[in-house]
Design a protein around this ligand. Structure first.
Ligand code: HEC
Ligand code: HEC
Length: 333
């Protein structure tokens, strides 16, 4: 597939048809000029290859269990570049040494409400993500903060922060990386032969899907405990299943739905993603298009299931997702 088709099939659900962002999961825009002029192709390639573990941005690289080889990722990067059509700029660096303590005060007062803290993402890009921080240079961070991202909620702080304050807040953002954090490992890749049914001898679940589409996490957990007969589908790219999945869930990613043909029409299917609705919604729609009536979305998604301590199979070092940081009164959410 060409970059354009790959984008439509794999990325537009979250980043929007026109790359404008915010179609789902607060996925950022990929085409604001101040973003594209500040990133090299390496940044884009690595963001797509390794994803941002712990957010809904999955690893799409083959090496990590994703669907795309290097050539396909290069076509996607070229597509994003061509769509944005802004040349890369020479970026200014920091001119002062930053003080992380002073930076923390600025961050807490000004940035935290959108960007979250060390553990939790807010509604904007998670700046504490180790993959992000490994890719983002100081000039990149400075450029984003000074110029903002026109058309998004990221304002330009050029008039509000002086060079010292910029250096301070960036020094603080750098402290987010915990060098003692264990490297993330992965489970073996799905073989495509994992059994579909959770409890083949069980009774049918007796839930009713809200709006014919959603079943809450607690109701699914109850059926799970009662060993009911149903299928749980992980709709994310396999790289995410390899980090953590609901025990017994089969990987049928939104971009490769072949295994749906193996599912009997009279069997209940619950699909989930991290989003919580978009990729799982694609899978449920595909089942309905095949004539299934017993297909629904795990309402709150896998993160809520995981947070509640329900049965999970996780790779070493993968932690329970933290809750979203509370938004102070009056803030957009
Ligand atoms: C399920 C939703 C989802 C899908 C599908 C998805 N992304 Fe993302 N993407 C995100 C989110 C959310 C972030 C920001 C993550 C964070 O908080 O750091 C992101 C971040 C990115 C970034 C980094 C942008 C920045 O400003 O740092 C790039 C580049 C990117 N995605 C490209 C892609 C491409 C290309 C595809 C398709 C192969 C794709 N994404 C598919 C949700 C998604
Ligand atoms: C009102 C919400 C909001 C506030 C407040 C805010 N940001 Fe942002 N920020 C965003 C959004 C949304 C984006 C992503 C915009 C896009 O789609 O490209 C972003 C992007 C960024 C990026 C680029 C990340 C990337 O991968 O593209 C950096 C760095 C950043 N913000 C730093 C800061 C800092 C530092 C502060 C405080 C001085 C701050 N932001 C305050 C919403 C906010």
């Amino acid at each position: 597939m060409q970059g354009k088709e790959l984008y439509a099939a794999l990325c537009s659900a979250c980043h929007g048809k026109a790359l404008e962002g915010y179609a789902a999961d607060h996925a950022p825009s990929l085409i604001t000029p101040t973003f594209l002029e500040s990133v090299n192709d390496e940044f884009l390639t690595r963001s797509i290859t390794t994803g941002r573990p712990g957010t809904s941005m999955a690893a799409y690289g083959k090496k990590l269990g994703g669907p795309l080889d290097d050539a396909a990722i290069a076509r996607l990067v070229a597509f994003v570049r061509a769509r944005g059509n802004v040349p890369q700029k020479q970026l200014a660096g920091l001119t002062k040494a930053g003080d992380p303590k002073a930076g923390a005060t600025i961050y807490d007062a000004t940035c935290r409400v959108c960007h979250g803290d060390l553990k939790s993402r807010g509604e904007a890009v998670h700046l504490a993500n180790p993959m992000f921080l490994a890719q983002a240079s100081d000039p990149f961070l400075r450029h984003a903060i000074v110029n903002g991202r026109a058309g998004t909620k990221m304002e330009a702080f050029a008039k509000k922060l002086d060079e010292q304050q910029l250096a301070d807040v960036i020094a603080y953002i750098r402290t987010f990386v915990n060098p003692a954090a264990p490297a993330i490992s992965q489970l073996p890749a799905p073989t495509g032969k994992e059994p579909l049914l959770l409890f083949p001898k069980g009774k049918e679940p007796d839930w009713t899907a809200r709006e014919d589409r959603f079943v809450p996490v607690d109701i699914v957990k109850k059926a799970y405990d009662e060993k009911r007969k149903f299928i749980i589908i992980d709709a994310r790219p396999p790289s995410e299943w390899m980090r953590a999945h609901i025990t017994g869930a089969v990987s049928i990613p939104y971009h490769d739905l072949k295994r749906l043909d193996e599912i009997a029409q009279d069997t209940w299917v619950i699909a989930y993603c991290a989003c919580p609705h978009h990729l799982s919604g694609d899978v449920v729609d595909a089942l309905k298009a095949r004539g299934h009536t017993k297909a629904a979305i795990l309402d709150e998604g896998i993160n809520d299931w995981h947070r509640k301590g329900y049965p999970m199979t996780v790779a070493e070092g993968v932690e329970k997702p933290a809750g979203e940081p509370p938004a102070p009164a009056g803030q957009i959410r």
